[in-house]
Ligand binder design. Structure first.
Ligand code: BGC
Length: 270
């Protein structure tokens, strides 16, 4: 766990923060000293309020902000709200994402569009607003060496093909080049853009893959490190990626996956 000096004086926005990895990131960023805006959908108001309450109880600063990240005007008003409340933004954790799984031949256009809109278009819209705000505000060297930092929440499936999840894998594959392209475009402005690629993390999105003993055993066969990841594993890595400790890191994907991308099926095969 990082201490309060790591991100003190900085403002962070975490999308999709009412549960899972987003929630852990919001908590960890607040513990590391950032003021945190907790993005959520209207249906997740209770969870977001309880998260904001627990951050405040622990001595941190947080506000809830509602927006569907795939809707341009909602994203713009969310950024205006964050800047209105905290003055500016230094850190965006582009986390909101969904799965809508189907065999390829059964996948509807609606399932395809929904996943691409939230996982990819949503990250585009939020990153664009964040970069605009970083440029508007200008350097604050006493706060951070970088003008701003963006972490795109990706997945091992930006690399590993995933049958039955064509929409999700395509969204994460697309994200890899979106992230690198923004990183290339704004590196000279000292804006750092990186991705975090989690493996199997124990969250609601993949409950079926870990909640029964049988499923967990099958899942563990894909994880050389021998345990399922926890949201905190990702949150600690995100704190490092948005802090000055990683000031020379941009355009990179940090895999936090217990070795899933080491293709353990090849240990005794191939
Ligand atoms: C998915 C999870 C899956 C994990 C490893 C993640 O990106 O959201 O459902 O368990 O990748 O396959």
């Amino acid at each position: 766990m990082w201490d309060r000096d790591l991100l003190s004086g900085q403002v962070a926005l975490v999308t999709g923060a009412s549960s899972g990895i987003g929630r852990a990131c919001a908590e960890a960023l607040a513990r590391a000293g950032a003021r945190v805006a907790v993005n959520h959908l209207p249906a997740e108001t209770a969870e977001a309020r309880s998260l904001v309450g627990s951050i405040r109880d622990a001595g941190g600063e947080a506000i809830p902000v509602v927006a569907d990240v795939s809707t341009e005007d909602q994203v713009r008003s969310m950024f205006a709200e964050v800047v209105g409340a905290f003055g500016t933004l230094h850190i965006l954790v582009n986390n909101a994402g969904i799965q809508s799984d189907a065999a390829f031949t059964d996948m509807t256009l609606d399932q395809w569009r929904k996943v691409i809109e939230i996982n990819l278009t949503g990250q585009f819209l939020c990153a664009r607003e964040a970069v605009r705000e970083f440029l508007r505000r200008g350097p604050q060297p006493e706060v951070s060496k970088a003008l701003g930092k963006i972490v795109c929440m990706s997945s091992v499936h930006q690399t590993i093909p995933w049958a039955g999840h064509a929409n999700y894998a395509a969204s994460k594959g697309g994200l890899a080049l979106l992230m690198q392209t923004i990183a290339q475009e704004f590196a000279s402005h000292r804006i750092r853009v990186n991705a975090n690629a989690p493996g199997a993390i124990r969250t609601p999105i993949n409950r079926d893959a870990w909640s029964s003993e049988e499923a967990a055993e099958e899942l563990l066969a894909l994880i050389p490190y021998g345990r399922i990841g926890e949201p905190g594993d990702i949150a600690d890595a995100v704190c490092w990626l948005v802090s000055d400790l990683s000031d020379y890191v941009t355009g990179t994907t940090l895999y936090v996956d217990g070795g899933m991308t080491l293709y353990p099926g090849f240990r005794e095969n191939g």
